[in-house]
Structures are given as structure tokens and as C-alpha cells.
Design a protein around this ligand. Structure first.
Ligand code: ZN
Length: 162
């Protein structure tokens, strides 16, 4: 098996820049390449699919539709929660981002959208839901994952284990 192109089961190091509506939202500039284990849903599907087969040193512009990125904006992705359900030490303010545990014990991202005296409206849409993502990516390096990384399905960066 050739290990000089991006493929499932390899750790990919990439330089990247993410632009949405002409604004650079995220980039590896100044923080070094991002590493991810390909084939394990670690990056948005539309980007990963376009990166498969890229060679070390190759760069590419990739446009990812919302459906292949962070999802379409869901008009129903809101929930009103009584204020009394929130821990008393939590600062309740518009725009505050929370991790909410759902009935199945899974953590879900939510953002406080609005507040009334009795309740708090949570927005469960990803901040980039509905956005067309413009990536510029460059493959910097490829390597085999460690056994532990493969078991976990993600990269263990130095000094950072989870
Ligand atoms: Zn891990």
C-alpha cells in the first residue's frame, strides 16, 4: 500500500485556511499544521473526501456545501429550557456557549440565543451551520497512527491525551 497519498487510516498533517463569506475564520498560521486521522470523521466530510489521494506538498482549494460541512441551519434546532434547570453558578447571557448533556448522555453544543424571566432559549445549530466553507489546504506530512490512536480514532498530540 502506498503511504505517500492521503488515505483512510493515516495521520495527515495539513496547513489550512478556512474562509467563510470572505472572512478568514481559522487557519494553521502561527500554530503549526493540524493533524487528523483520516477516515474517522475527524474533519468535515466534504473536506476529507476531497483530500483523499492528495500527495505530500500538494495544496488545493476546496469548497464545502453546508450539507457536507457543519449541516444546514435548522429552524427547529432551538429549545426553551426553564431557568431553574440551569446550575445557579452558571452565568446566563446571550451568546454564551454551553455543552449540554442530552437524554442519551451525549454532549451537545448549544448557544444561549435569548433569555426571558422564566426561560432560556438554546440554539443547537453549529455556529457554522448553513455556511459554505472555503478551505485552502496543503498536505505537509503523512504518518501511520500509533495503535492507541487507531483504537481511539483520533490523533494524540504531544502532551495532550484524551
Ligand atoms: Zn484518545
Amino acid at each position: 500500500m502506498s503511504k505517500d497519498t492521503v488515505q483512510d487510516g493515516l495521520v495527515v498533517s495539513m496547513d489550512y485556511k478556512l474562509t467563510v463569506d470572505g472572512e478568514v475564520l481559522d487557519s494553521s498560521d502561527g500554530q503549526g499544521p493540524l493533524q487528523f486521522l483520516a477516515g474517522y470523521d475527524n474533519i468535515v466530510p466534504g473536506l476529507e473526501r476531497e483530500m483523499i489521494g492528495m500527495k505530500i506538498g500538494e495544496s488545493k482549494d476546496v469548497v464545502v456545501s453546508p450539507a457536507d460541512g457543519y449541516g444546514e441551519f435548522d429552524e427547529e434546532g432551538f429549545m426553551d429550557v426553564p431557568r431553574s434547570d440551569f446550575p445557579s453558578d452558571l452565568q446566563i447571557e446571550e451568546g454564551v456557549e454551553l455543552s449540554v448533556t442530552d437524554d442519551e448522555g451525549k454532549n451537545q453544543y448549544a448557544r444561549i440565543e435569548s433569555i426571558t424571566d422564566e426561560s432560556v432559549r438554546l440554539d443547537f445549530n453549529h455556529p457554522l451551520a448553513g455556511a459554505e466553507l472555503h478551505f485552502n489546504v496543503k498536505v505537509v506530512a503523512l504518518r501511520d497512527p500509533t495503535k492507541e490512536e487507531l483504537d481511539h480514532g483520533h490523533v494524540h498530540e504531544e502532551g495532550h491525551h484524551h
